[in-house]
Design a protein. Sequence first.
Length: 479
Amino acid sequence: MLIENKASIRYILIFLAVTLACAALYSTLTAQTADLNLESLLKNFKNLDIGTLSILLLLGMIFFLAVGVPLAFVSGFLGAAIAYYKFGVPGLGILGQRMYGLTTDYVLISIPLFIFMASLLEKSGIARDMYDGFNIWLRRTRGGVAIVTSVMAIIMAAMSGIIGGEVVLLGLVALPQMLRLKYDEHLAIGTICASGSLGTLIPPSIVLIMYGLVTNTSVHALFTAAIVPGLMLGGCYIIYIIIRTQLNPSLAPFDESDEEVTIADKIRALRYLLPPILIVGSVLGSIYGGLTGITEAAAIGVLGTLLLIILRGEFTWTLLEGALSRTFLSTGTIIWVTFGATALAGAYSIAGGPNYLANIIVSMDLPPIGIILVIMALFLMLGAVMDWVGIVLLAMPVLLPVVVKLGYDPVWFGILFCLNMQVSFLSPPFGPAAFYLKSVAPAHISLFKIFRSFLPFVGIQVFVLMLVLFYPELTSLLK
């Protein structure tokens, strides 16, 4: 039976989670502590070994997430429970210090600023006009509308660094155009969602910002390292579109009713293209030129976008209110997840979790690259069921010390992580890009069709991931 919504998937996961939790808990406690019951477990919680605690945490996460409890509250509750029962009230104080330290980091301010800039772009007509301008330049190119969609996604990613609004905007602007021209639906859907997810990798990606904050890695170094892989991934999408449409022109027919585009038309279209490109240049140029930090560059981008909206005569208080509301909602979600996940990661760390998992990974007797491949597989599995914020905050404090101990560069590992998250945005059952597009797509486009359309693009993502994995110098070309 075709699964069409998250609720149906959730009910299935509830059943699987309860079954798995009962079976695993029974077998674990029977094998390791035959006379252990719930009452004695709570009474002797301080004496629980880290292995049993890890299993209980995993089962608790699976169960509560499956029944629909938000990640922020699940992780926060479990973290507070571990801290209190293992270390008493001082344990809660340690968690408070960790949360305060992370949420008062100056770079964190850049996240709501970039979200605000993306919301302004979505509410105004800047992105739509930019799309029309690129379309004029590439209208008579085979697959031109799909290529324009990818190019525009790259530029929008470089302007804001988020994906939700980008996928929705491209779904509203590009999808009707491609469907009208009888483009292959799978090509159109895959292009929009894959290209719209580039904001997780191309600077100023908020995924990279959060990774840098959590791991104490230079965000500037992460941005520099991400440029080549990000443009490489976007370029691979465009190359794929060109090759497929050349081999099979029926996938992207020309609009025979279109008038011939003159040089004058293309010159006039530049007025839609140059202002957004200037905003990108001001944001990234101020960062890489050493003129400002990440946060100041985000503020410059917001001011430039607001100024452009005013000059275009589009500014209204309703537009500003809508952009601010979207910013507060998105930022609030990220901050709550940050609170909860930081609590859980902190409690697990002071309980000895990182050393326990590091010993397990090292005992697998794999070469270093084999261990990295195992971690990449773990990220892909987590990304299919969990949001990227939770993965950064929960997994990185545990896994990054292992990676560093193996002699790998945390900047390179951060780029690998972002490439993994690219795949996760298109991975069933919870790939967010699919649900973003479904919210604005015509009724006849099902979730099954959307996920099926992702297959070749996921293959491209895995290909680029492998290139960066085996050729780390790709992340240091611009150093």
